[in-house]
Design a protein around this ligand. Structure first.
Ligand code: UDP
Length: 357
């Protein structure tokens, strides 16, 4: 069996690493990897391939820094050529980025099967580019690998039973990755020590367009984090886009801002922080994997089970809501023994199902 994996953005490297590791166990499957280049910054791309032992991409499309239309269009053009040449049995796409959409669309139009990992998620906010990508990719896929029961229910509500698309509850490959790499970094040199980070700290990440493209939202979040940092340190590994916008608007956070970190460093930060504040999809879940409460700096989340079970508080960018949620963290005692994302073998389930087709 031939699999063509299309990745291009930071969270996709984490997810694809888990599945690639599983694929390697099967001598009857070969995988080729296309890196679209969507995240081209070395700190957000190269480092992942190096440290996570993801096979080097067979194709590097180098497409980045464009409007969504130009980016998706150029990806489609190049992916068409690659898919025609490689003739894969499956094109494997992850999550909800432009690379996901381009990979799925190109494959579907050329009559190749698409398998979507992290399918069925919905934030119900059509202003998010990610939501549009999720809906379109699910609909043109051959197989949908859903991380949660909620994702399966979303698809049922949208009438997917009538579409003849194979739906599998696989569990979450990010959980596989977190378990595997947390074990791998045990005993390794400490990033926190190297940076001189001591004591309690909040781990923050901000990069969603809905926050970075609206300066009033971004400055409200920064102001809230400034105030919180008077009680305990706040560490923000900053996304290049967020850095650029803060600089352009002359906003200087009073807390600790560091360059984007590799996944291993991120795991150490997650394991040692007191809580997480983020607008990232993946980081919300990773907070839960490491038994940390999360404040989500968005108006909604596609990971609703985190809300329903009290692990997560949604605040959007509102200063009062963020600071109130921070003050309330101590009062909440969610039960982290509840298992929401499978047993850590989602990748095994995915590969087993691909082989069945
Ligand atoms: N991440 C990382 N370094 C950072 C910030 C995030 O390794 O400086 C990891 C994070 O742990 C998660 C993934 O990147 O595994 C999530 O990426 P991101 O927040 O960019 O995307 P989203 O999940 O929102 O799509």
């Amino acid at each position: 069996m031939k699999i063509l994996t299309v990745v291009g953005a930071r969270p996709q490297f984490v997810k694809a690493a888990a599945v690639s590791r599983e694929i390697k166990k099967h001598s009857d499957i070969s995988e080729k990897i296309v890196h679209t280049g969507q995240h081209f910054d070395a700190s957000m791309s190269e480092i992942f391939f190096d440290e996570m032992d993801i096979p080097r991409p067979d194709y590097n499309l180098n497409i980045h820094g464009l409007t969504h239309g130009a980016m998706t269009g150029q990806m489609l053009e190049k992916l068409d050529g690659i898919i025609l040449a490689e003739k894969p049995d499956f094109v494997l796409v992850y999550g909800d980025t432009n690379s996901t959409l381009a990979g799925a669309l190109s494959a579907a139009k050329l009559h190749h099967k698409v398998a979507h990992v992290e399918a069925g998620l919905r934030s119900f906010n059509m202003n998010m580019p990610e939501e549009i990508n999720r809906i379109l990719v699910d609909r043109i896929s051959h197989t949908l690998f859903c991380p949660t029961e909620t994702a399966i229910k979303n698809l049922e509500k949208e009438g997917y039973k009538n579409f003849g698309i194979k739906i599998v509850r696989s569990g979450d490959v990010m959980y596989d990755a977190a378990l595997y790499y947390a074990e791998k970094i045990k005993g390794k040199a400490s990033f926190l020590e190297k940076c001189g980070i001591k004591g309690r700290f909040i781990l923050a990440t901000i990069h969603r367009a809905e926050n970075t493209d609206d300066i009033s939202k971004l400055s409200s979040i920064i102001k809230a984090l400034d105030i919180i940092s008077e009680s305990e340190n706040v560490i923000l590994p900053i996304h290049p886009r967020t850095r650029k916008i803060l600089e352009q608007n002359n906003i200087r956070p009073r807390f600790t801002v560091i360059d984007p970190v590799g996944y291993f460093e991120m795991l150490e930060l997650l394991q040692n922080c007191s809580a997480v504040m983020t607008d990232s999809g993946g980081v919300q879940k990773e907070a839960y994997f490491f038994k940390k409460q999360c404040i989500t700096l968005r108006e909604e989340t596609e990971w609703v089970e985190l809300l329903e079970n009290g692990f997560n508080t949604i605040t959007g960018s509102d200063f009062d809501k963020i600071t109130a949620a921070y003050s309330n963290l101590e009062n909440k005692k969610p039960d982290f023994s509840i298992k929401l994302y499978g047993d850590g073998n989602a990748a095994g389930e995915i590969v087993r199902n691909l082989l069945e087709n």
